[in-house]
Write a protein that binds this ligand. Structure first.
Ligand SMILES: N[C@@H](CCC(=O)N[C@@H](CS)C(=O)NCC(=O)O)C(=O)O
Length: 246
């Protein structure tokens, strides 16, 4: 059954710099790979109110992969999905999912015909107990979840689908900047900003709230100082670090 409350907080594990993600398979071109790079085989489920999802969606659009990987968007807010009061994301045909450029995303699950994200996880992995998070990359062929880690998904979109990308030349993770990227996007930006806002929202005491709040603003000030004289956080080109700050 869907698990909520403190179980979900585990995804924010304060000591870890990574979000907990259970599905970590890769789509790639390696020999005998389970998930080969292909057009129209993979489907992305997102929520436009979820920063992890919007980062993945932005990467997909920037790379020009919208004709290769289809996208469905849930209703932004969670709703009650069962009689026990469990909450979860659902698909809602009356909810408009519009991107900044006016693109309308599919809002019903035409791939699996599921009504909620919980149902989707049940279909792809019936023994999985949660958390039932978005984004999800779904394989239409094997009817399974390939990966539900936004950082992995951005990396795959950036590098592994170039055969189909309209903007192949865009590389948001340049090799010579990888150490710096690790130290920022996967370091303090992830811990104190991306997850920081959740730690504030889910704080269980005033003291915890104030500690996390101070950390968030320290990190935002750091970003401010870094961007005083330049446009991008690392080097002179847009990277995944800038993307994770959106
Ligand atoms: N590991 C995930 C975390 C994503 C995440 O926490 N998504 C939230 C929405 S912003 C979610 O789906 N929450 C639903 C739940 O916890 O039940 C990632 O980085 O992709």
């Amino acid at each position: 059954m869907a698990l909520t409350g403190s179980f979900r907080l585990s995804a924010l594990d304060a000591t870890s710099t990574y979000s907990v993600a259970a599905f970590k398979n890769q789509v790639n071109d390696e020999l005998n790979t389970q998930y080969p790079v292909a057009k129209d085989r993979y489907h992305l489920y997102i929520n436009l109110g979820c920063p992890w999802s919007t980062g993945v969606c932005t990467a997909l659009m920037l790379k020009g992969l919208q004709d290769c990987i289809s996208v469905t968007c849930t209703k932004p807010e969670e709703v009650q999905i069962d009689d026990q009061g469990n909450m979860g994301f659902v698909f809602d045909k009356d909810c408009q999912c519009k991107l900044g450029d006016g693109t309308l995303l599919e809002n019903v699950d035409s791939v699996n015909n599921c009504s909620s994200v919980f149902e989707l996880y049940q279909k792809g992995s019936p023994n999985y107990m949660g958390p039932f998070t978005l984004p999800i990359l779904w394989d239409k062929e094997s009817e399974t979840i390939v990966n539900n880690d936004s950082l992995d998904l951005i990396r795959m979109i950036n590098s592994n689908f170039n055969a189909y990308a309209k903007n192949k030349q865009l590389n948001m993770i340049p090799e010579n900047k990888q150490t710096e990227i690790e130290g920022t996007a996967q370091g303090w930006i992830l811990k104190d900003i991306n997850k920081g806002v959740y730690k504030i929202g889910y704080a269980e005491s005033q003291q915890q709230y104030e500690q996390q709040f101070a950390k968030l603003y320290e990190a935002l000030d750091k970003v401010e100082r870094m961007l005083e004289k330049k446009k991008y956080l690392i080097g002179d080109k847009f990277t995944i670090v800038d993307l994770r700050l959106f």
